[in-house]
Design a protein around this ligand. Structure first.
Ligand code: G
Ligand code: G
Ligand code: MN
Length: 521
Protein backbone atom coordinates (compact mmCIF):
# COMPACT_ATOMS: atom_id res chain seq x y z
CA UNK A 1 0.00 0.00 0.00
CA UNK A 2 1.40 3.35 -1.02
CA UNK A 3 1.59 6.42 1.24
CA UNK A 4 -0.34 9.50 0.32
CA UNK A 5 1.90 12.52 -0.40
CA UNK A 6 0.74 14.09 2.86
CA UNK A 7 1.76 11.00 4.79
CA UNK A 8 5.19 10.98 3.09
CA UNK A 9 5.73 14.63 3.99
CA UNK A 10 4.77 13.91 7.61
CA UNK A 11 7.13 11.00 7.79
CA UNK A 12 9.95 13.09 6.33
CA UNK A 13 9.49 15.89 8.84
CA UNK A 14 9.25 13.31 11.66
CA UNK A 15 12.51 11.67 10.69
CA UNK A 16 14.18 15.09 10.22
CA UNK A 17 13.17 16.18 13.67
CA UNK A 18 14.31 12.89 15.24
CA UNK A 19 17.64 13.30 13.44
CA UNK A 20 17.89 16.82 14.81
CA UNK A 21 17.11 15.55 18.29
CA UNK A 22 19.73 12.87 17.88
CA UNK A 23 22.32 15.39 16.76
CA UNK A 24 21.40 17.59 19.71
CA UNK A 25 21.76 14.65 22.04
CA UNK A 26 25.10 13.78 20.50
CA UNK A 27 26.27 17.39 20.87
CA UNK A 28 25.33 17.55 24.52
CA UNK A 29 26.96 14.19 25.09
CA UNK A 30 30.03 15.48 23.36
CA UNK A 31 30.08 18.60 25.52
CA UNK A 32 29.68 16.52 28.67
CA UNK A 33 32.50 14.31 27.54
CA UNK A 34 34.82 17.20 26.83
CA UNK A 35 33.89 18.75 30.21
CA UNK A 36 34.75 15.44 31.84
CA UNK A 37 37.99 15.32 29.87
CA UNK A 38 38.84 18.85 31.03
CA UNK A 39 38.13 17.84 34.62
CA UNK A 40 40.28 14.75 34.25
CA UNK A 41 43.10 16.85 32.80
CA UNK A 42 42.75 19.28 35.70
CA UNK A 43 42.78 16.44 38.23
CA UNK A 44 45.82 14.91 36.56
CA UNK A 45 47.67 18.20 36.63
CA UNK A 46 46.70 18.69 40.29
CA UNK A 47 47.98 15.21 41.07
CA UNK A 48 51.16 15.91 39.15
CA UNK A 49 51.53 19.14 41.06
CA UNK A 50 51.08 17.29 44.33
CA UNK A 51 53.60 14.75 43.20
CA UNK A 52 56.19 17.36 42.36
CA UNK A 53 55.46 20.15 44.85
CA UNK A 54 56.22 20.33 48.56
CA UNK A 55 52.83 21.21 50.01
CA UNK A 56 54.23 23.36 52.85
CA UNK A 57 56.25 25.75 50.72
CA UNK A 58 54.82 25.28 47.22
CA UNK A 59 58.37 24.65 45.97
CA UNK A 60 59.40 21.76 43.72
CA UNK A 61 60.07 18.68 45.86
CA UNK A 62 62.60 15.85 45.88
CA UNK A 63 60.88 13.99 43.00
CA UNK A 64 61.33 17.07 40.92
CA UNK A 65 64.94 17.39 42.03
CA UNK A 66 65.63 13.76 41.09
CA UNK A 67 64.23 14.28 37.62
CA UNK A 68 65.89 17.67 36.99
CA UNK A 69 69.33 17.02 38.40
CA UNK A 70 69.66 13.84 36.39
CA UNK A 71 68.85 15.71 33.17
CA UNK A 72 71.04 18.67 34.10
CA UNK A 73 74.08 16.54 34.86
CA UNK A 74 73.64 14.39 31.71
CA UNK A 75 73.61 17.59 29.70
CA UNK A 76 76.67 18.95 31.51
CA UNK A 77 78.61 15.71 31.04
CA UNK A 78 77.74 15.73 27.33
CA UNK A 79 78.89 19.34 27.03
CA UNK A 80 82.17 18.43 28.66
CA UNK A 81 82.67 15.53 26.26
CA UNK A 82 81.89 17.76 23.25
CA UNK A 83 84.19 20.34 24.73
CA UNK A 84 87.08 17.94 25.01
CA UNK A 85 86.70 17.03 21.31
CA UNK A 86 87.13 20.68 20.33
CA UNK A 87 90.57 22.06 19.43
CA UNK A 88 92.85 22.59 22.41
CA UNK A 89 94.71 25.67 23.54
CA UNK A 90 97.53 25.03 21.10
CA UNK A 91 95.16 24.98 18.18
CA UNK A 92 94.80 27.95 15.88
CA UNK A 93 91.30 28.75 17.24
CA UNK A 94 92.49 28.86 20.85
CA UNK A 95 90.75 27.46 23.93
CA UNK A 96 89.66 30.82 25.21
CA UNK A 97 87.48 31.27 22.20
CA UNK A 98 85.36 28.27 23.28
CA UNK A 99 82.41 28.68 25.62
CA UNK A 100 83.42 28.02 29.24
CA UNK A 101 82.60 24.59 30.64
CA UNK A 102 79.42 24.61 32.75
CA UNK A 103 79.92 24.98 36.50
CA UNK A 104 77.39 23.52 38.90
CA UNK A 105 77.24 23.68 42.68
CA UNK A 106 74.72 21.55 44.58
CA UNK A 107 73.84 22.94 48.02
CA UNK A 108 72.00 21.00 50.71
CA UNK A 109 70.65 23.46 53.24
CA UNK A 110 69.57 21.75 56.49
CA UNK A 111 67.80 23.69 59.24
CA UNK A 112 69.28 23.06 62.68
CA UNK A 113 67.50 21.41 65.61
CA UNK A 114 65.86 24.68 66.65
CA UNK A 115 63.42 23.94 63.86
CA UNK A 116 62.45 20.70 65.66
CA UNK A 117 61.80 22.79 68.74
CA UNK A 118 59.52 25.08 66.72
CA UNK A 119 57.61 22.01 65.51
CA UNK A 120 57.32 20.61 69.01
CA UNK A 121 56.42 23.78 70.81
CA UNK A 122 54.55 26.06 68.40
CA UNK A 123 51.43 25.64 66.30
CA UNK A 124 51.75 23.73 63.03
CA UNK A 125 50.65 26.83 61.14
CA UNK A 126 53.72 28.69 62.48
CA UNK A 127 56.23 26.00 61.56
CA UNK A 128 54.70 25.78 58.08
CA UNK A 129 54.82 29.55 57.75
CA UNK A 130 58.52 29.48 58.71
CA UNK A 131 59.26 26.86 56.04
CA UNK A 132 57.40 28.92 53.47
CA UNK A 133 59.31 32.06 54.48
CA UNK A 134 62.66 30.31 54.23
CA UNK A 135 61.70 29.06 50.78
CA UNK A 136 60.86 32.61 49.71
CA UNK A 137 64.11 33.97 51.15
CA UNK A 138 66.34 31.40 49.45
CA UNK A 139 64.30 31.90 46.28
CA UNK A 140 65.30 35.56 46.30
CA UNK A 141 68.98 34.53 46.22
CA UNK A 142 68.51 32.21 43.27
CA UNK A 143 69.17 33.64 39.80
CA UNK A 144 67.47 32.83 36.48
CA UNK A 145 68.41 29.36 35.28
CA UNK A 146 69.23 28.18 38.82
CA UNK A 147 66.96 25.92 40.87
CA UNK A 148 65.55 25.65 44.36
CA UNK A 149 63.83 22.57 45.81
CA UNK A 150 62.21 21.81 49.14
CA UNK A 151 63.20 18.18 49.62
CA UNK A 152 62.35 17.40 53.25
CA UNK A 153 60.64 19.52 55.88
CA UNK A 154 63.94 20.77 57.26
CA UNK A 155 65.95 20.57 54.06
CA UNK A 156 66.24 22.58 50.84
CA UNK A 157 68.44 21.88 47.84
CA UNK A 158 69.78 24.68 45.65
CA UNK A 159 71.52 24.23 42.33
CA UNK A 160 73.70 27.21 41.49
CA UNK A 161 75.40 27.77 38.16
CA UNK A 162 76.04 31.51 38.01
CA UNK A 163 79.40 31.93 39.66
CA UNK A 164 82.68 32.92 38.12
CA UNK A 165 85.13 31.85 40.81
CA UNK A 166 85.31 30.06 44.19
CA UNK A 167 85.26 33.40 46.01
CA UNK A 168 82.19 34.48 44.06
CA UNK A 169 80.48 31.21 45.02
CA UNK A 170 81.43 31.74 48.68
CA UNK A 171 79.84 35.19 48.51
CA UNK A 172 76.64 33.65 47.19
CA UNK A 173 76.68 30.96 49.92
CA UNK A 174 77.06 33.66 52.51
CA UNK A 175 74.02 35.51 51.11
CA UNK A 176 71.91 32.34 51.23
CA UNK A 177 73.10 31.49 54.75
CA UNK A 178 72.31 35.01 56.01
CA UNK A 179 68.87 34.87 54.40
CA UNK A 180 68.01 31.58 56.15
CA UNK A 181 69.23 32.54 59.62
CA UNK A 182 67.63 36.01 59.67
CA UNK A 183 65.17 35.90 62.58
CA UNK A 184 61.49 35.37 61.89
CA UNK A 185 59.31 37.88 63.60
CA UNK A 186 55.70 37.17 64.51
CA UNK A 187 53.45 38.64 67.19
CA UNK A 188 56.44 40.37 68.75
CA UNK A 189 58.54 37.17 69.01
CA UNK A 190 61.90 36.71 67.36
CA UNK A 191 62.48 33.18 66.19
CA UNK A 192 66.13 32.38 65.46
CA UNK A 193 66.81 29.32 63.34
CA UNK A 194 70.24 28.18 62.22
CA UNK A 195 71.28 26.07 59.29
CA UNK A 196 74.25 24.18 57.84
CA UNK A 197 75.04 23.98 54.17
CA UNK A 198 76.95 21.19 52.41
CA UNK A 199 78.28 21.94 48.92
CA UNK A 200 79.38 19.63 46.12
CA UNK A 201 80.83 20.88 42.82
CA UNK A 202 80.51 19.50 39.33
CA UNK A 203 82.62 17.86 38.01
CA UNK A 204 85.13 17.51 40.88
CA UNK A 205 82.80 15.87 43.40
CA UNK A 206 80.60 13.77 41.18
CA UNK A 207 79.25 13.46 37.67
CA UNK A 208 75.90 11.91 38.36
CA UNK A 209 72.91 12.59 40.53
CA UNK A 210 73.69 10.28 43.42
CA UNK A 211 77.40 11.20 43.62
CA UNK A 212 76.63 14.94 43.67
CA UNK A 213 73.84 14.65 46.25
CA UNK A 214 75.78 12.18 48.39
CA UNK A 215 78.87 14.41 48.44
CA UNK A 216 76.80 17.46 49.36
CA UNK A 217 75.09 15.43 52.09
CA UNK A 218 78.41 14.28 53.57
CA UNK A 219 79.68 17.88 53.51
CA UNK A 220 76.45 19.01 55.22
CA UNK A 221 76.83 16.40 58.01
CA UNK A 222 80.40 17.53 58.54
CA UNK A 223 79.24 21.15 58.69
CA UNK A 224 76.73 20.14 61.40
CA UNK A 225 79.39 18.21 63.29
CA UNK A 226 81.93 21.04 63.18
CA UNK A 227 79.32 23.77 63.64
CA UNK A 228 80.26 25.51 60.38
CA UNK A 229 77.78 27.59 58.37
CA UNK A 230 78.87 25.72 55.23
CA UNK A 231 81.51 23.29 54.04
CA UNK A 232 82.62 22.18 50.60
CA UNK A 233 82.92 18.45 50.11
CA UNK A 234 86.44 17.00 50.45
CA UNK A 235 87.61 13.47 49.73
CA UNK A 236 88.77 12.97 53.31
CA UNK A 237 85.16 13.48 54.42
CA UNK A 238 84.16 10.40 52.47
CA UNK A 239 86.68 8.33 54.43
CA UNK A 240 85.27 9.51 57.70
CA UNK A 241 81.74 8.77 56.47
CA UNK A 242 82.76 5.24 55.48
CA UNK A 243 84.55 4.81 58.81
CA UNK A 244 81.41 5.90 60.60
CA UNK A 245 79.29 3.42 58.69
CA UNK A 246 81.72 0.64 59.53
CA UNK A 247 81.76 1.60 63.17
CA UNK A 248 77.99 1.71 63.19
CA UNK A 249 77.73 -1.82 61.81
CA UNK A 250 80.28 -3.00 64.39
CA UNK A 251 78.12 -1.51 67.16
CA UNK A 252 75.03 -3.27 65.80
CA UNK A 253 76.91 -6.57 65.58
CA UNK A 254 78.24 -6.17 69.12
CA UNK A 255 74.73 -5.45 70.40
CA UNK A 256 73.36 -8.56 68.68
CA UNK A 257 76.08 -10.75 70.19
CA UNK A 258 75.58 -9.10 73.53
CA UNK A 259 72.07 -10.41 73.79
CA UNK A 260 72.85 -13.90 72.47
CA UNK A 261 75.56 -15.29 74.69
CA UNK A 262 77.43 -13.77 77.59
CA UNK A 263 80.84 -15.10 76.50
CA UNK A 264 80.49 -13.09 73.28
CA UNK A 265 80.00 -9.84 75.11
CA UNK A 266 82.15 -7.05 73.70
CA UNK A 267 80.71 -4.35 75.91
CA UNK A 268 81.30 -4.29 79.62
CA UNK A 269 80.70 -1.79 82.38
CA UNK A 270 83.53 -0.33 84.41
CA UNK A 271 83.35 1.60 87.66
CA UNK A 272 85.24 4.83 88.26
CA UNK A 273 85.46 5.54 92.01
CA UNK A 274 83.92 8.73 93.36
CA UNK A 275 85.50 9.24 96.75
CA UNK A 276 84.32 11.19 99.75
CA UNK A 277 87.19 12.34 101.95
CA UNK A 278 87.01 13.39 105.57
CA UNK A 279 88.73 16.53 106.86
CA UNK A 280 92.52 16.58 107.27
CA UNK A 281 93.28 15.65 110.90
CA UNK A 282 96.90 15.68 112.06
CA UNK A 283 98.01 15.82 108.47
CA UNK A 284 96.02 12.72 107.58
CA UNK A 285 92.72 12.35 105.76
CA UNK A 286 90.74 9.23 105.06
CA UNK A 287 88.35 8.09 102.37
CA UNK A 288 85.04 7.73 104.19
CA UNK A 289 82.95 6.44 101.38
CA UNK A 290 83.22 5.34 97.75
CA UNK A 291 80.54 5.45 95.06
CA UNK A 292 81.09 4.95 91.34
CA UNK A 293 80.33 6.32 87.93
CA UNK A 294 79.48 3.57 85.48
CA UNK A 295 81.43 3.89 82.23
CA UNK A 296 81.04 1.62 79.24
CA UNK A 297 84.06 -0.14 77.76
CA UNK A 298 84.14 -1.83 74.36
CA UNK A 299 86.63 -4.51 73.46
CA UNK A 300 86.34 -5.43 69.81
CA UNK A 301 87.78 -8.87 68.92
CA UNK A 302 89.90 -7.45 66.07
CA UNK A 303 90.17 -3.73 66.76
CA UNK A 304 90.90 -3.98 70.47
CA UNK A 305 89.62 -1.35 72.89
CA UNK A 306 87.47 1.31 71.25
CA UNK A 307 87.22 4.49 73.31
CA UNK A 308 83.74 5.73 74.28
CA UNK A 309 84.71 9.15 72.89
CA UNK A 310 84.84 7.48 69.51
CA UNK A 311 81.58 5.53 69.52
CA UNK A 312 79.25 7.25 72.03
CA UNK A 313 78.82 10.41 69.88
CA UNK A 314 78.09 8.22 66.84
CA UNK A 315 75.67 6.08 68.86
CA UNK A 316 73.99 9.29 69.97
CA UNK A 317 73.73 10.54 66.40
CA UNK A 318 72.27 7.30 65.05
CA UNK A 319 69.99 6.44 67.96
CA UNK A 320 72.00 3.30 68.83
CA UNK A 321 72.61 4.92 72.21
CA UNK A 322 69.11 3.76 73.18
CA UNK A 323 69.78 -0.01 73.06
CA UNK A 324 73.31 0.57 74.42
CA UNK A 325 71.89 2.70 77.22
CA UNK A 326 69.24 0.09 78.04
CA UNK A 327 71.92 -2.57 78.30
CA UNK A 328 74.07 -0.39 80.60
CA UNK A 329 71.06 0.31 82.77
CA UNK A 330 70.22 -3.39 82.93
CA UNK A 331 73.79 -4.30 83.91
CA UNK A 332 74.07 -1.58 86.54
CA UNK A 333 70.76 -2.57 88.13
CA UNK A 334 71.76 -6.23 88.06
CA UNK A 335 74.96 -5.30 89.91
CA UNK A 336 73.10 -3.24 92.51
CA UNK A 337 70.86 -6.25 93.12
CA UNK A 338 73.88 -8.55 93.47
CA UNK A 339 75.35 -6.25 96.08
CA UNK A 340 72.23 -6.33 98.24
CA UNK A 341 73.00 -7.62 101.70
CA UNK A 342 76.76 -7.18 101.24
CA UNK A 343 78.93 -4.25 102.43
CA UNK A 344 78.83 -3.03 98.80
CA UNK A 345 75.13 -2.25 99.08
CA UNK A 346 76.01 1.26 100.24
CA UNK A 347 77.59 2.07 96.88
CA UNK A 348 75.57 4.40 94.68
CA UNK A 349 76.03 3.88 90.95
CA UNK A 350 75.84 6.89 88.64
CA UNK A 351 74.90 6.27 85.04
CA UNK A 352 75.48 8.71 82.19
CA UNK A 353 72.31 9.58 80.35
CA UNK A 354 72.82 11.22 76.96
CA UNK A 355 70.43 13.89 75.63
CA UNK A 356 68.74 11.41 73.32
CA UNK A 357 68.24 8.91 76.12
CA UNK A 358 66.81 11.59 78.36
CA UNK A 359 64.32 12.53 75.66
CA UNK A 360 63.26 8.90 75.21
CA UNK A 361 59.95 8.21 76.91
CA UNK A 362 60.49 4.44 76.76
CA UNK A 363 63.69 4.61 78.80
CA UNK A 364 61.98 6.73 81.42
CA UNK A 365 58.98 4.35 81.54
CA UNK A 366 61.33 1.39 81.99
CA UNK A 367 63.02 3.13 84.90
CA UNK A 368 59.73 3.87 86.60
CA UNK A 369 58.54 0.27 86.13
CA UNK A 370 61.84 -1.02 87.49
CA UNK A 371 61.61 1.18 90.59
CA UNK A 372 58.07 -0.07 91.18
CA UNK A 373 59.29 -3.64 91.01
CA UNK A 374 62.40 -3.09 93.08
CA UNK A 375 61.86 -0.31 95.62
CA UNK A 376 65.12 -1.31 97.33
CA UNK A 377 67.00 0.30 94.45
CA UNK A 378 65.75 3.75 95.40
CA UNK A 379 68.55 6.14 96.30
CA UNK A 380 71.18 3.72 95.05
CA UNK A 381 70.95 4.78 91.44
CA UNK A 382 71.89 8.21 90.16
CA UNK A 383 71.54 9.54 86.63
CA UNK A 384 74.16 11.93 85.29
CA UNK A 385 72.64 14.37 82.84
CA UNK A 386 74.13 17.37 81.07
CA UNK A 387 72.65 20.78 80.54
CA UNK A 388 72.22 20.01 76.84
CA UNK A 389 69.66 17.35 77.75
CA UNK A 390 67.63 19.85 79.70
CA UNK A 391 67.78 22.79 77.35
CA UNK A 392 65.85 21.25 74.48
CA UNK A 393 62.61 21.67 76.34
CA UNK A 394 63.34 23.04 79.84
CA UNK A 395 59.76 22.98 81.11
CA UNK A 396 59.21 19.36 80.12
CA UNK A 397 62.65 18.40 81.48
CA UNK A 398 61.86 19.90 84.86
CA UNK A 399 58.54 18.04 85.03
CA UNK A 400 60.21 14.81 84.05
CA UNK A 401 63.02 15.20 86.60
CA UNK A 402 60.55 16.01 89.36
CA UNK A 403 58.45 12.97 88.56
CA UNK A 404 61.43 10.58 88.46
CA UNK A 405 62.83 12.15 91.59
CA UNK A 406 59.55 11.45 93.39
CA UNK A 407 59.89 7.85 92.25
CA UNK A 408 63.23 7.64 94.04
CA UNK A 409 65.82 8.47 91.37
CA UNK A 410 68.62 10.91 92.02
CA UNK A 411 70.18 13.24 89.48
CA UNK A 412 73.63 14.70 89.02
CA UNK A 413 74.31 17.63 86.70
CA UNK A 414 77.40 16.48 84.78
CA UNK A 415 80.13 18.76 83.38
CA UNK A 416 78.75 21.65 85.43
CA UNK A 417 80.12 24.99 84.25
CA UNK A 418 81.12 23.73 80.82
CA UNK A 419 78.03 24.92 78.98
CA UNK A 420 75.98 28.04 79.49
CA UNK A 421 74.88 27.15 83.00
CA UNK A 422 71.77 29.09 83.62
CA UNK A 423 71.89 29.51 87.37
CA UNK A 424 68.23 30.34 87.73
CA UNK A 425 67.07 26.86 86.76
CA UNK A 426 69.40 25.22 89.28
CA UNK A 427 66.86 26.05 91.95
CA UNK A 428 64.03 24.60 89.85
CA UNK A 429 65.64 21.23 89.24
CA UNK A 430 65.39 18.41 91.78
CA UNK A 431 69.14 17.78 91.63
CA UNK A 432 71.13 15.80 94.14
CA UNK A 433 74.67 16.43 92.89
CA UNK A 434 76.70 18.94 90.89
CA UNK A 435 79.76 17.62 89.08
CA UNK A 436 82.18 20.47 88.55
CA UNK A 437 83.75 20.13 85.13
CA UNK A 438 87.41 19.23 84.97
CA UNK A 439 88.17 22.40 83.01
CA UNK A 440 88.15 24.25 86.36
CA UNK A 441 90.32 21.63 88.02
CA UNK A 442 93.31 21.23 85.72
CA UNK A 443 94.99 24.52 86.77
CA UNK A 444 93.28 25.08 90.09
CA UNK A 445 96.49 24.65 92.08
CA UNK A 446 98.13 27.63 90.36
CA UNK A 447 95.31 29.75 88.99
CA UNK A 448 93.59 32.11 91.47
CA UNK A 449 90.67 32.67 89.08
CA UNK A 450 89.86 28.94 89.06
CA UNK A 451 90.21 28.90 92.86
CA UNK A 452 87.68 31.72 93.10
CA UNK A 453 85.27 29.82 90.84
CA UNK A 454 85.64 26.66 92.91
CA UNK A 455 84.98 28.63 96.13
CA UNK A 456 81.88 30.18 94.58
CA UNK A 457 80.60 26.77 93.42
CA UNK A 458 81.26 25.24 96.87
CA UNK A 459 79.20 28.06 98.37
CA UNK A 460 76.45 27.66 95.79
CA UNK A 461 76.24 23.89 96.32
CA UNK A 462 76.03 24.35 100.08
CA UNK A 463 73.26 26.93 99.79
CA UNK A 464 71.29 24.74 97.42
CA UNK A 465 71.97 21.66 99.54
CA UNK A 466 73.65 19.84 96.68
CA UNK A 467 76.49 17.40 96.86
CA UNK A 468 79.51 18.68 94.91
CA UNK A 469 81.88 16.31 93.12
CA UNK A 470 85.04 17.70 91.52
CA UNK A 471 85.89 15.82 88.32
CA UNK A 472 89.25 15.06 86.76
CA UNK A 473 91.59 15.23 89.77
CA UNK A 474 94.97 14.09 88.51
CA UNK A 475 97.52 15.39 91.02
CA UNK A 476 97.90 15.78 94.75
CA UNK A 477 98.46 19.55 94.40
CA UNK A 478 95.05 19.89 92.70
CA UNK A 479 93.51 17.83 95.50
CA UNK A 480 95.15 19.91 98.23
CA UNK A 481 93.95 23.15 96.72
CA UNK A 482 90.40 21.81 96.30
CA UNK A 483 90.32 20.57 99.89
CA UNK A 484 91.40 24.05 100.97
CA UNK A 485 88.41 25.51 99.08
CA UNK A 486 86.12 23.17 101.03
CA UNK A 487 85.59 20.33 98.51
CA UNK A 488 85.03 16.85 99.92
CA UNK A 489 84.07 14.59 97.00
CA UNK A 490 86.34 13.78 94.09
CA UNK A 491 86.68 11.69 90.98
CA UNK A 492 89.74 11.39 88.77
CA UNK A 493 92.83 9.48 87.74
CA UNK A 494 94.61 10.59 90.93
CA UNK A 495 92.38 8.17 92.81
CA UNK A 496 91.66 5.70 90.05
CA UNK A 497 90.66 5.27 86.44
CA UNK A 498 87.51 3.24 85.70
CA UNK A 499 87.96 -0.30 87.06
CA UNK A 500 86.58 -3.75 86.38
CA UNK A 501 84.17 -5.10 89.00
CA UNK A 502 86.87 -7.10 90.79
CA UNK A 503 89.32 -4.18 90.87
CA UNK A 504 86.63 -1.79 92.04
CA UNK A 505 85.67 -4.09 94.94
CA UNK A 506 89.36 -4.34 95.92
CA UNK A 507 89.73 -0.55 95.63
CA UNK A 508 86.96 -0.08 98.19
CA UNK A 509 88.42 -2.69 100.54
CA UNK A 510 91.90 -1.20 100.32
CA UNK A 511 91.11 2.48 100.62
CA UNK A 512 88.11 2.97 102.88
CA UNK A 513 89.04 4.45 106.26
CA UNK A 514 92.77 3.97 105.67
CA UNK A 515 95.07 6.99 105.78
CA UNK A 516 95.52 8.26 102.25
CA UNK A 517 98.78 7.91 100.41
CA UNK A 518 100.12 11.36 99.60
CA UNK A 519 97.65 12.99 101.95
CA UNK A 520 97.70 16.74 101.64
CA UNK A 521 99.26 18.58 104.57
O1 G B 1 84.90 6.86 79.71
P1 G B 1 85.39 7.96 79.16
O2 G B 1 85.65 6.87 79.62
O3 G B 1 86.39 7.94 78.10
O4 G B 1 84.01 8.33 78.39
C1 G B 1 84.02 9.27 77.34
C2 G B 1 82.68 9.87 77.15
O5 G B 1 81.73 8.85 76.90
C3 G B 1 82.24 10.63 78.40
O6 G B 1 81.69 11.88 77.99
C4 G B 1 81.19 9.77 79.00
O7 G B 1 80.18 10.56 79.58
C5 G B 1 80.65 8.98 77.79
N1 G B 1 80.23 7.69 78.29
C6 G B 1 80.99 6.72 78.85
N2 G B 1 80.22 5.71 79.27
C7 G B 1 78.94 6.06 78.95
C8 G B 1 77.69 5.44 79.13
O8 G B 1 77.57 4.38 79.73
N3 G B 1 76.56 6.08 78.66
C9 G B 1 76.65 7.28 78.03
N4 G B 1 75.51 7.85 77.59
N5 G B 1 77.82 7.91 77.86
C10 G B 1 78.95 7.30 78.32
O1 G C 1 81.74 13.75 82.94
P1 G C 1 81.94 12.63 81.97
O2 G C 1 80.83 11.62 82.03
O3 G C 1 82.25 13.15 80.60
O4 G C 1 83.23 11.93 82.57
C1 G C 1 83.68 10.71 82.21
C2 G C 1 84.94 10.84 81.42
O5 G C 1 85.99 11.47 82.17
C3 G C 1 85.49 9.50 81.02
O6 G C 1 85.98 9.64 79.76
C4 G C 1 86.60 9.28 81.99
O7 G C 1 87.53 8.34 81.51
C5 G C 1 87.16 10.68 82.07
N1 G C 1 87.99 10.94 83.25
C6 G C 1 87.81 10.48 84.49
N2 G C 1 88.77 10.93 85.33
C7 G C 1 89.58 11.73 84.59
C8 G C 1 90.76 12.47 84.88
O8 G C 1 91.27 12.52 85.99
N3 G C 1 91.32 13.17 83.85
C9 G C 1 90.80 13.16 82.62
N4 G C 1 91.42 13.87 81.68
N5 G C 1 89.69 12.46 82.30
C10 G C 1 89.09 11.74 83.27
MN1 MN D 1 79.61 11.60 83.73
Amino acid sequence: MKNTPAETANQKSASASSLEAHIKWLRSKNQALSRELEQQKFKTSMLEQKLFIHYKSGLPNHQCLDRDIQALLCQAVKERQDHSKLPTENSPIGFSAMPKCRKIAVLIVRLDNKYDMVVKTLKTAISEWVLYQIGVRIGECVQPGERLYHTKDDEYVVILSNFASPSHLKGRLSTIYDAVIKPHIFSGHHLHLGCNIGVSLFPQHGQNKSAMLHSADIAMSQAVLHRKPWLFFEDTMRNSAVEKMELQSHIIKALELQSSWEANEQFSIFYQPQVQIGPVVNGVSRIHHVDAEVLIRWKHPQKGMIAPDKFIPLAEETGLILPIGNWIMFKAIEQLENWEGSPMEHVTLSINISPRQFADQQLMDNLVAMLHRKPSLKNRLKLEITETSLMDDPEKSIQRLRYLNKMGLRFALDDFGKGYSSLNYLTELPLHTLKLDRAFISNVHENPADQAIVRAVVFLAKRLKLKLICEGIETSSQLQMLQKQGCRCFQGYYFSKALSLGDFTRFIQQTTERPMVGTPQ
